[in-house]
Write a protein that binds this ligand. Structure first.
Ligand code: GLU
Length: 439
């Protein structure tokens, strides 16, 4: 089979340098573009193939009107960006955040593609969400937004087209409402339409903990390489949602001391170590960290640059800026969040490669989508696995990805992020070239 391409054709007159200009905007989209350009240069991807790899297949914007509890009506923008359908359905979370916009969603969708490909999953990337502050809604209003969002998305999603999952601001309950709404329209229960559902609504055991467990598994591998002894190791975690809290609890179980944690309501730091089980119980009861302690309260602006062995940004994107990167005092940077490091910060981290071991986001937080894949497979087969089976398979997938990233980084003497993204992008490119361009 000959998969060689003809030589690049000159760009058509009027073809702008950035065909996405004006559609996808904002600093996070720029970050996705810049990160891609670094890899495209490293891999020598020809100009005429770059847009085809980077630009999303489609973007859907909808309006989600709901009745508020006070009798008024409100309309929220909903988004879904599906990056590519080359390797199977698209896959990715739904995010509820007040300032959510299309550029951010597109950047996250692109990142999901490289993540899925790196892990060897038969998916393209997607991301979606609603521009709404979920904490400002009653439970009834949250349900109304969620059901209306899914209802608006029905023409564009499906178990073989696009499979949603939780992300920031959404949870298992929201996934259950999505599944129910989709199923009511189909006239049958379609559990495989979303992942991250409650176990009693067709979810899998181990999905809720999967991202955090994956983060901790990979931290373990990094510690082995750096010869860090858990009993003498310290950690700081930014973000105490699903990813941050599971990560903190699992690190403590391994004998690692957690010195600092934060969420959008509070930041705690204690050089002697925090009582993580108590923090977890508190957030289970109250939703956020606020009010847990007065003595341990600390300045969130200083959290990331405190001295520790393991730093886990598990909240927002673009928190590791150039300045922060220069001031980091950790040995391992485990990126639990999507896109926490800006391209400028990345250049600093590349210079500090000998000091700081980076576990890049698309590897570090891949455990979530890997177990989402397991959930989808189980739903399609209606054959469910035990928790040890889920854990064991998760570890094997992460292990393979970790070893591939390390081997690539060492072979080509490139940063871990470059190696991880290159493996993902190469796989997508190969699939696209092999399938050819239709028509
Ligand atoms: N939202 C998660 C992520 O960013 C999970 C996506 C999924 O499970 O499909 O990886």
């Amino acid at each position: 089979m000959d998969t060689h391409l003809p030589p690049p054709r000159p760009r058509a007159a009027g073809h702008t340098a950035d065909p996405s200009a004006g559609i996808y905007t904002g600093p996070f989209w720029e970050q996705a573009r810049e990160n891609f350009a670094v890899i495209a240069d490293y891999l020598g991807i020809e100009e005429h193939n770059r847009d085809r790899l980077l630009l999303p297949k489609r973007a859907i914007v909808v309006s989600c009107p709901i009745h508020r509890d006070d009798g008024s009506e409100a309309v929220f923008h909903g988004f879904r960006v599906q990056h590519h359908l080359t390797m199977g359905p698209t896959k990715g979370g739904t995010r509820y955040a007040a300032n959510l916009h299309l550029g951010e969603v597109a950047a996250l969708a692109v990142s999901m593609s490289w993540k899925c490909a790196l892990a060897g999953l038969p998916y393209g990337g997607a991301k979606g969400g609603v521009a709404v502050d979920p904490y400002g809604l009653s439970r009834r209003e949250l349900e109304a937004v969620s059901r209306r969002y899914m209802q608006e998305m029905i023409p564009f999603v499906g178990p073989k087209t696009d499979v949603m999952a939780p992300d920031m601001g959404t949870n298992e309950q929201v996934m259950a409402w999505y599944m129910d709404t989709y199923s009511m329209y189909q006239g049958q229960t379609v559990t495989e339409i979303v992942t991250g559902k409650p176990v009693d609504a067709g979810g899998t055991v181990g999905r809720r903990e999967a991202t955090g467990r994956g983060v901790v598994h990979l931290i373990g591998r990094a510690m082995e390489r750096l010869r860090l002894n858990p009993a003498e190791t310290t950690a700081i975690i930014q973000g105490f949602g699903n990813v941050g809290s599971v990560t903190a609890a699992a690190l403590v179980q391994q004998g690692i001391k957690v010195l600092g944690v934060s969420d959008h309501t509070a930041c705690y730091f204690d050089p002697r170590g925090l009582d993580v089980p108590s923090l977890v119980r508190w957030t289970e009861a109250h939703g956020t960290l606020a009010g847990w302690s007065h003595e341990a309260l600390s300045d969130p602006a200083e959290l990331l640059t405190q001295r520790c062995d393991i730093l886990v940004p598990a909240a927002m994107e673009q928190v590791i800026t150039e300045d922060v990167a220069r001031s980091l005092r950790c040995r391992i940077l485990a990126e639990g969040a999507n896109g926490p490091t800006t391209p400028e910060a990345d250049r600093v981290l590349n210079q500090r490669r000998g000091e700081i071991f980076v576990i890049p986001d698309i590897l570090c937080n891949a455990g979530g989508v890997v177990v989402s894949y397991f959930e989808w497979v189980q739903d399609l087969q209606q054959l469910f696995w035990t928790e040890p089976e889920v854990r064991d398979r998760l570890n094997r997938v992460l292990e393979r990805a970790f070893q591939a990233v390390m081997a690539r980084a060492e072979r080509d003497d490139v940063p871990h992020r470059t190696a991880a993204m290159a493996i993902g992008i190469e796989r997508v490119q190969k699939a696209k070239l092999t399938r050819g361009l239709f028509p």
